[in-house]
Write a protein that binds this ligand. Structure first.
Ligand code: HGY
Ligand code: MN
Ligand code: MN
Length: 420
């Protein structure tokens, strides 16, 4: 006897319960911080792996600690549909960013089985561990491994404690020498689907729970190092100082001005600043800062980067400082696959209400997956557009609608693949 299909409200309540449990896997008690290859990441793999196995998925960890849960096709072995997102977080994060995409995949696969429906393809759910690039400056490294685009130089990067990515992988029980084997072969894949919170205000502004993503903004992430001369705060006269922090401060306001003057949806952010030596009675001699520049088209981003670099070098020279830039990420704007956008759109339309498509300002694993596979994303509304913040929240009913839309998208693809 086939049980009744779970309503979006039930699916949403179930999703929220799983997300609440997952949020307890944190490296910092009292707030959600789960960085790549940390004890909290290990705990989250145990938890999510258990949810997968309870629902009949076969689980394994790949060479870069991506948890993979696989449900074989009903009938003769066919191709695979990949569903994924990340389970690592930023510092003091919300509960939904990334994690909901993995939970949605697990619940959608379960729901299709509960309804007694068959799929002519396997479904592989991928819980990536390094999308945010918080511990090591190599965001999207685990989804890059899945697409055979992993860069071995990432392995030498060190975290704040001086541990290299290679050492961290080995300590986690992974084998970085086998990273090539983590690549998923192209022919066997129908495409990659990622359900994610919007992390912005558009869907809420439009009064819609769901939207289909057209493209993902290109992004450049750099490190800036400003060098001056450390000195005694009490004895070095103001006109003789080479203060690295005030130099960076002027550069930061210039970055903001260039961001504001940019065309379209250009954004420029300095999110991390380390002042050295970091003593209150010492003129800062060195500052290390991050620079993050994005736009939904490549040209405005590249123009802004040129202007920032040029003006930062001018400010440094005028202040007797030096500035060095180190590029960590440089990814072009990433269009989503038309055919899969259509499948998501039909599923959303079947739920009623307006259908809107929108670009993503945030980066996602889908950028790495799109290097090799047809990829698409479904956004679910974020309250007040808040994310990367413990106030991040989505109405559980919207979560349930997203799961139901994913179910219907899989069934739509099943029809196209010839359901068993
Ligand atoms: O930074 C981003 O866009 C993503 O949240 N990692
Ligand atoms: Mn994020
Ligand atoms: Mn994310």
């Amino acid at each position: 006897m086939t049980p009744p299909a779970r309503s979006p409200a039930d699916l949403g309540a179930l999703a929220q319960r799983l997300l609440d449990d997952l949020a307890l896997a944190t490296d910092e008690p009292g707030r959600v911080t789960r960085t790549y290859l940390s004890p909290a990441h290990a705990r989250s793999i145990e938890l999510v792996g258990g949810w997968m196995r309870e629902r009949g998925l076969a689980t394994r960890l790949d060479a870069v600690a991506t948890l993979r849960g696989r449900r074989e096709a009903d009938g003769p072995a066919g191709r695979s549909v990949l569903i994924g997102s990340h389970i690592d977080t930023v510092v003091d994060a919300g509960k939904l960013d990334g994690c909901f995409g993995v939970v949605a995949g697990i619940l959608a696969v379960e729901e299709i089985a509960r309804r007694g429906l068959n799929l002519p393809f396997a479904v592989e759910i991928l819980a990536f561990g390094d999308e945010e690039g918080v511990r090591f400056p190599s965001p999207l490294s685990s989804s890059s491994a899945a697409t055979g685009t992993y860069r071995r130089e990432w392995l030498t990067a060190r975290d704040r404690g001086g541990v290299t990515l290679e050492e961290a992988l080995r300590a986690f029980g992974c084998d970085p020498d086998a990273v090539e084997a983590a690549a998923i072969d192209l022919e066997g894949v129908v495409g990659y689907l990622e359900v994610h919170i919007e992390q912005g205000p558009r869907l809420e502004h439009w009064g819609l729970p769901l939207g289909v993503v057209t493209s993902i903004a290109g992004q450049t992430r750099m490190g800036m190092t400003v060098e001056g001369m450390a000195g005694h705060a009490g004895t070095v006269p103001m006109d003789l100082r080479r203060d690295a922090f005030t130099g960076l401060a002027e550069i930061a306001l210039t970055v903001e001005r260039i961001g504001r003057q940019g065309t379209g949806d250009l954004v420029a952010t300095i999110g991390k600043v380390a002042v050295r030596p970091g003593a209150g009675n010492t003129v800062p001699g060195r500052v290390e800062a991050s620079l993050d520049v994005r736009a939904s088209a490549d040209a405005p981003r590249l123009v802004a980067l040129d202007r920032i670099r040029h003006e930062a070098e001018r400010i440094a020279a005028r202040r007797g400082l030096t500035i060095a830039f180190e590029r960590h990420v440089d990814v072009p704007t990433c269009p989503m696959d038309e055919r899969l956008q259509e499948a998501f759109s039909r599923a959303v339309a079947s739920l009623g209400g307006d259908l809107r498509r929108l670009p993503s300002g945030a980066g996602h694993d889908a950028m790495a997956m799109a290097r090799r596979f047809p990829s698409a994303m479904l956004f679910v509304r974020s309250k007040a557009g808040i994310s990367h913040n413990p106030l991040e929240w989505t109405d559980p009913l919207d979560l349930g609608l997203a799961v139901e839309a994913l179910v219907r998208t899989l069934l739509d693809l099943a029809d196209a693949e010839g359901r068993a």
